[in-house]
Structure formats: C-alpha cells, structure tokens
Design a binder for this molecule. Structure first.
Ligand SMILES: CSC[C@@H](O)[C@@H](O)C(=O)COP(=O)(O)O
Length: 368
C-alpha cells in the first residue's frame, strides 16, 4: 500500500539479495524508519520487540529468519537451532509456527549445501502467498461491504476495526483492511472507526497512519467508544483480524476484541473476522481454554510515548508509582459472537464443519 504516494510492503529482500528490510513499526507514526535484518537473531528480536508485528508478518519474518540462519549454518543442528530461536519469539500468533513448520518441511529433507538457496525461495513464496491470500480476502469481504452500500445508496458505509490488521500486519493489503482498501478503490463511500487499542495503540499509531497515507477516511476513537457508536447505528459492520482461530471457530485477537464482539452482538451489528488460512490452528479445539495468551511488560500500561508540541519524542508515566498492572495482550471471542470468517476461500460460518470443508488439506496436515 502507499506511503507518501510510493508503494511499500512491510518486509522485503534487500537489493543485496540476502538481507531483509522491514519497516520499524515501533517508530510509527512519528518516524518512518527502515530496519535491516542480517541474522536469525535479528529476526527473532524484531518479532519479540515488535519491530514487526501482526500475525502474518510475524510468520513472514520468521521465514526470512530461517533463510538468514541457513546462510550462517545450514547443518541439521543449525536448522534445529534456528527453529528453536524463532519459535519462542512470541506465543500467540500461530502463523509463527506455521511458517517455521513450512520452512522446516522444505529444508530438512535436502542437502545442507542447498538449504540456504531453498530457504530464500520458500520464504519468498510465503511472502507472495500472503499477498495473494489477502487479495482473496479483499474480494470476498468486498461483497459484504457492497451489500451494505446497496441498502443505503449514496450514504457512507461505516466499518469499525480494532488493533492493526492492516498492511503493516501482513506483507501487503492487510486482512481486516483488505476489503476496505478494495471498496475505497472501487469508489464506495467508506469510513473506518479506528479503535486506539491500548496499551500499545496499534490502532491510533498504525491503522490510522496507513489509512491516512492511502487516503481512506477514518476517525480514531478511544477503545471504549464502540458500544456507544453501535447503539446509535453509527457502525454498519465490524471487521477485525486474528492471531489464531481454533478449529471450533473461536477467534483470538488483540485484547478488547471480545468486548467489541459483545457490543456488536447486543446491537445487531455484523461482526466479521478476516483471516488467512495459516491463522487457523486445527490442533486447538477450544480457543478459550487452549490458545496461549501473551502477557507483556507492565511498562506498556504504565507509560505512554508521544510527540511533544516542540517535536520531541517523550515517554511519560500515567499510572501511580507502585500500582500493580496487568497486560494481557490478547483475548478470545467465542465463535457464537462471530458473524462470519472472511477467508481467501470465501466467507465461512465460524464452526468446525465450515472450516474443515474449506481447508481439508490443513486438517490432514494437522493430523500427521
Ligand atoms: C492481520 S493481523 C491480525 C492480528 O495479528 C492483529 O489483529 C493483532 O492482534 C496484532 O497484535 P500485535 O500484538 O500488534 O502483534
């Protein structure tokens, strides 16, 4: 998508052919800085410290991390070490494990001398596949937006989203934002309510930034505002992303998603989740019981960073010294609150049978 009129992806292979470029998302929206990853350790730290974040981008970064590792040591021990270094970088997004398993399945059976080249080729494929999948999500989600637009000719379609499931969270297009960008391109009048998404403010800092650069009308709202807007018919539909969908259709996403789903349910607002198939975890049958929820540093809750009036970046404390804080990074929305799952293979019911029918090859792989 566009930054100052120029097309960017969130991650790419640099011109040297081996190092990896990525937008440093910790610096947005204040500074546009490109980081260069040159080792497996760099990739692991980029994921852990959230230089890159968002489930599909975490997977893509891990894939390149494996490729970087194979340049250094392509032995069986090197492959194992790279997998083990990357898998622990963050716990909740299943795309990390999916990408690492894909890489290992490609690399383990081949001669170590061929592994580096094969690793870059497979990582490039994973990256291109992500973009293709998101185009599919865009086309399928567009139909939902078109249906709403047809019911209110000439009026704006209002979409609420939470966190950043935009192009910054993927390689390009985003998941939740993909149908929004396509609708905007097609000339549908669309406006996005952007939840700020405390404590890291991915909505205020990232979603607002990318929508703004792409010219999509949007308004940033404090996290607690969605229910009020829904009561006043100011939201036509909600579309969010996800870090892991359980086989039963339960959806794990950024903390606060569940409360939005409850408010949507109470107000009859359709609540959709957009996801690429690598985000489905057929090994987890009950999302609430079995998806691991990341707990992050309390500093993300106690402190906030922003730009001062005279242009400096400054961090300030907003919680009394000594008050304990809790920082659960994700929650699980039960399938019963989800209207539909927007995937590259269509809009599915959030249940086991629909997921299994749409992605039979993933079920087979999970059973192996
Ligand atoms: C297409 S991204 C889907 C999710 O990964 C996204 O909604 C989200 O919760 C990201 O969380 P983050 O902690 O910023 O990695």
């Amino acid at each position: 998508m566009k930054v100052d009129g120029k097309h960017f992806r969130s991650i790419w292979r640099e011109r040297d052919g081996w190092s990896v470029g990525a937008i440093d998302q910790r610096r947005l929206p204040h500074e546009f800085v490109i980081a260069r990853l040159t080792s497996c350790e760099d990739a692991a730290v980029a994921i852990r410290d959230m230089l890159v974040r968002g489930a599909p981008l975490i997977g893509a970064t891990a894939a390149y991390g494996m490729a970087l590792a194979m340049r250094e040591d392509s032995s069986d021990a090197g492959l194992k070490r790279a997998y083990e270094t990357l898998i622990v970088a963050r716990p909740t997004a299943i795309n990390l494990k999916w990408a690492l398993d894909e890489m290992r399945a490609t690399l383990a059976p081949i001669d170590p001398l061929e592994r580096a080249e094969a690793a870059y080729a497979r990582a490039d494929e994973i990256v291109e596949q992500d973009v293709e999948i998101n185009r599919g999500i865009a086309a399928n989600g567009l139909q939902l937006i078109e249906a709403i637009a047809a019911k209110k000719p000439g009026e704006t379609v209002n979409v609420l989203t939470h966190c950043n499931a935009g192009w910054l969270a993927t390689v390009d297009w985003g998941t939740a934002t993909a149908p929004i960008y396509l609708a905007h391109e097609r000339g549908i009048k669309i406006h996005v309510w952007v939840d700020e998404t405390r404590p890291r403010n991915q909505g205020a800092s990232l979603t607002a930034w990318e929508l703004g650069h792409h010219g999509v009308p949007h308004t940033v709202i404090p996290d607690n505002t969605g229910g009020h807007l829904m009561q006043h018919r100011m939201v036509d539909l909600a579309i969010v992303g996800t870090d892991r969908v359980a086989a039963n259709g339960d959806v794990c996403n950024k903390i606060g998603t569940y409360l939005k789903a409850l408010a949507a349910h109470d107000n009859g607002v359709p609540f959709y989740v957009a996801l690429p198939s690598p985000t489905i975890d057929f090994a987890v049958n009950d999302g609430i019981k079995d998806i691991p929820i990341e707990q992050r540093s309390g500093v993300e809750v106690t402190d906030m960073t922003g730009r001062t009036a005279d242009g400096r970046l400054e961090t300030v404390r907003i919680v009394p010294e000594g008050s304990p804080v809790a920082n659960y990074a994700f929650d699980v929305t039960p399938a019963r609150l989800v209207t539909g799952l927007i995937t590259e293979r269509g809009v599915l019911k959030p249940d086991r049978a629909s997921l299994a029918a749409a992605f039979p090859e993933r079920i087979a792989a999970a059973a192996e």
